[in-house]
Write a protein that binds this ligand. Structure first.
Ligand code: IP8
Length: 248
């Protein structure tokens, strides 16, 4: 495949953080992602970055749910704060790698928990200015509760609406794995995905949700992949790495 021209990259929270340890960043992986994104951008490709919640957002939501069973609108405050802590570190590392990231918290551009309610105008503006817009999974207060916006859904929606040619999900595993732990080169239906993340906590649906979002976007975006974080640049350069996702 050709090298990507306009890419939306979702950096999985489980790859950027250690999910078993509260608010702990995997600095090695974050820097590895940043240097690959910087090399891609240096070659002229345009980029939007979306990141997940890992041991920041997910852990915070699970802790609240454990203590009182449900989220009320005020809980968005603490979840947003946790996600902002992670986002600021992501932006700093991207900047140190030579990118010009601009941060757009979903709670400022989305009205509700559905990605359809998010306004992408400022993301498009920054992209046109040659910057690298960054957004992430977040919590949005709503009547009677707090909705959780998944970074996977957001990444897929941005890729479709901005007519990106590539949507790459970078995760800790080398791709979508089959029941024997081998990377599946192609996923064309959710029914193929039998192995679901069972360890830890994930309030937005783990690998299944990722594949669902990827399948949906693949109807509009030519190159959709789920790859190991170390293969991110290769994927952006058009390499046949990880798992290609294409609904047929
Ligand atoms: O990790 C979820 O984002 P994701 C963010 O992309 C929160 O599903 C707040 C749990």
């Amino acid at each position: 495949m050709e090298a990507c021209k306009l890419s939306v990259v979702k950096l999985g929270g489980a790859a950027l953080t250690f999910k078993s340890r509260r608010e702990t960043i995997d600095w090695g992986n974050l820097r590895l992602a940043a240097s690959q994104l910087s090399q891609y951008r240096g070659g002229g490709g345009l980029l939007v970055v979306v990141h997940g919640g890992g041991s920041f957002g997910h852990k915070t939501v699970v802790d609240i749910l454990k203590s009182k069973g449900s989220l009320d609108p005020g809980d968005s405050s603490v979840i947003q704060e946790s996600m902002l802590r992670l986002a600021l570190e992501v932006v700093k590392v991207l900047k140190d790698a030579g990118l010009k990231p601009t941060l757009h918290p979903p709670h400022s551009i989305c009205w509700g928990g559905s990605v359809g309610s998010c306004s992408l105008t400022v993301i498009e503006r920054d992209l046109k200015l040659g910057l690298t817009p960054v957004t992430y999974g977040d919590s949005i207060p709503e009547e009677g509760g707090s909705a959780i916006i998944s970074g996977d859904d957001l990444a897929a929606d941005i890729a479709v609406k901005l007519k990106a040619d590539c949507l790459v999900f970078a995760i800790r595993a080398p791709g979508v794995l089959d029941s024997e732990g081998r990377v599946m080169p192609l996923v064309f239906s959710l029914n193929q995905v039998k192995v679901f993340e069972s360890r830890g906590f994930d309030v937005t649906g783990g690998i299944r949700r990722k594949v669902e979002s990827a399948l949906r976007a693949s109807e509009f975006v030519g190159n959709v992949r789920i790859v190991g974080l170390e293969s991110l640049l290769e994927a952006l350069l058009g390499g046949d790495v990880g798992t290609r996702v294409k609904r047929i």
